[in-house]
Design a binder for this molecule. Structure first.
Ligand code: ADP
Ligand code: MG
Length: 500
């Protein structure tokens, strides 16, 4: 039906445009609804090549919906923005948009003007946000971060190791910004996950016998380290001796430069000749070879050093400064603590590649919410409680004068209950009963495991709740304001036509 509308008519106006928007938003909410909360179900994403992945992450599902639908892609953008800004709450945000637009559509169908609906929703939003702040609990940053990380990990495969992981996430968030927290997966058992201060490079020193700790100047070398290669036939012993002498001299010079500049730690992007490695060892330099370009860049930032392309022209100002420690285990690695950037690394041993990816995704979110909590250590009760609290606050809040606006304000309050309702539904609980009881007793939460309503100690950052709600309302509103959807030709073509 919608398809025809689009094909027959390139411009969809007014009420038809609105219906199309509401319908799309609703479909997207439907697509992710079943994944909400710890009892949320996994969905299998299958791409055109037949690759499959199981996920219960709303953002991944929305991203995976291959769509050219303009409305759907706007909503997908909203989900991405929520993920970027708040690291969590994406499914919630999509469910809210679907619910808000459905309620708006009903009100408009009953004769309310979209502007009245928008006004009522905005009043409701303000009252809800105030209630969220009033109901928030201040915790010590580590505690808040740990609680939020725990909630974020719940329901994912990483849940089996939730205590170790939530603690690591909170400690990491106290040390560094999320962009400077690197997650490294290695083969092994997730219970051995640990936090390392500084930046981690998964490499062992290039030869045995190098120090396992060093502090001082760091050289980041791009090129290979070894004597220049000579083209010669091997049957002229004099020539060979000459070349060897030349090579030795060359290496000696380079090494003298290292010494003169007091290089203590070397990271080489390419290979290092074995003789050169022995020289470095004798000089007590801690050296690593075959370092990934991306690690070289990160080392540059962390140690405040420049990547040098030729060992023959090292300058003091190119050198970084750091403390490096070699950790010897099944997966040897070196941690580097520079002065410039506060970095942290989380090492997550995982048994399979797929589980490694799942852990990585789960921990990215968890580190993110822990970071939000460290910034603003205010948490609210999750498991549907915060929505019931916001609902109650709006219900008892100052009414709007205009009756249509007031109807929208109240509809907004009811829309918030979609979250506890969806959690209840995922647990197979009676949705009507949950709605009635939680609207009367907004301190209750949905215990999806025990299938009962009790005060729950599930905490979420206030920041996630605020961001999901605000962006759902603001984006819902701008969709409601959309008066016409014009199926335009590619924007580039429009410009090309204009130039002619
Ligand atoms: P989102 O993408 O919105 O973060 P999730 O699938 O992570 O979606 O579900 C988040 C919802 O699940 C929140 O409303 C949160 O309060 C709720 N939740 C998290 N842990 C629990 C729990 N142990 N019991 C009940 N609800 C929970
Ligand atoms: Mg979540």
């Amino acid at each position: 039906m919608r398809q025809n509308m689009m094909e027959d008519n390139r411009i969809i106006r007014g009420r038809d445009a609105q219906r199309m928007i509401v319908e799309t938003a609703w479909e997207m909410a439907e697509a992710v609804r079943a994944t909400l909360g710890p009892k949320g179900m996994d969905m299998m994403l299958v791409d055109r090549m037949g690759n499959k992945v199981l996920t219960n992450d709303g953002a991944s599902i929305i991203n995976a919906l291959e769509t050219r639908d303009p409305i759907a892609s706007i909503i997908a953008e909203v989900a991405k923005a929520q993920e970027r800004n708040a690291f969590d709450g994406t499914t919630t945000c999509i469910i809210y948009i679907g619910e808000f637009l459905r309620r708006a559509d009903e009100l408009i169908g009953r004769g309310a003007h979209p502007n009245a609906v928008i006004k009522g929703f905005r009043i409701g939003l303000q009252q809800a946000l105030e209630a969220a702040v009033e109901n928030s609990i201040e915790k010590d940053p580590y505690e808040a971060g740990r609680e939020a990380a725990t909630t974020a990990i719940t329901g994912k495969s990483a849940e089996d190791f939730i205590e170790v992981l939530a603690d690591i996430c909170a400690r990491a968030a106290i040390i560094a910004q999320p962009s400077e927290i690197k997650l490294l997966t290695v083969p092994g058992n997730p219970k051995d996950s640990h936090l390392v201060e500084g930046l981690v490079v998964l490499k062992a020193p290039m030869t045995q016998g190098m120090p396992d700790k060093s502090e001082g100047n760091v050289l980041l070398l791009e090129s290979e380290l070894g004597p220049p290669q000579a083209q010669l036939s091997l049957n002229d012993p004099d020539k060979i001796a000459q070349v060897v002498e030349m090579q030795t001299k060359y290496m000696q010079e380079i090494l003298n430069r290292f010494k003169k500049n007091n290089v203590k730690i070397l990271f080489c992007q390419r290979g290092v000749d074995s003789r050169a490695a022995q020289w470095l060892r004798k000089e007590g330099i801690l050296a690593f070879k075959n370092i990934k370009r991306s690690d070289m860049m990160r080392l540059g930032v962390a140690t405040n050093g420049h990547i040098v392309s030729d060992p023959a022209d090292i300058n003091a100002e190119d050198l970084g400064h750091a403390k490096a420690t070699v950790h010897d285990s099944i997966n040897s690695y070196v941690s580097v603590i520079g002065k410039e950037v506060k970095a942290a690394s989380i090492i997550i041993p995982a048994p399979t590649e797929q589980s490694a990816e799942e852990f990585q995704r789960a921990l990215e979110d968890a580190v993110g919410v822990a970071h939000l909590c460290v910034q603003e250590p205010l948490v609210v009760h999750g498991a549907g409680t915060i929505q019931a609290q916001m609902y109650a606050a709006i219900k008892s809040g100052t009414p709007a004068e205009n009756s249509k606006v007031e109807a929208a304000r109240l509809a907004f309050a009811e829309a918030l209950l979609v979250i506890p309702q969806t959690l209840a539904e995922s647990a197979g609980m009676d949705v009507m009963d949950v709605t009635v009881r939680m609207s009367n007793e907004p301190t209750l939460g949905v215990d999806v495991h025990e299938m009962e309503l009790v005060p729950m100690s599930v905490f979420e950052p206030l920041g996630v709740v605020r961001s999901a709600l605000t962006s759902a309302v603001e984006n819902g509103v701008s969709l409601l304001r959309t008066h016409a959807v014009i199926m335009a030709k590619p924007i580039q073509e429009i410009f090309a036509d204009a130039e002619k």
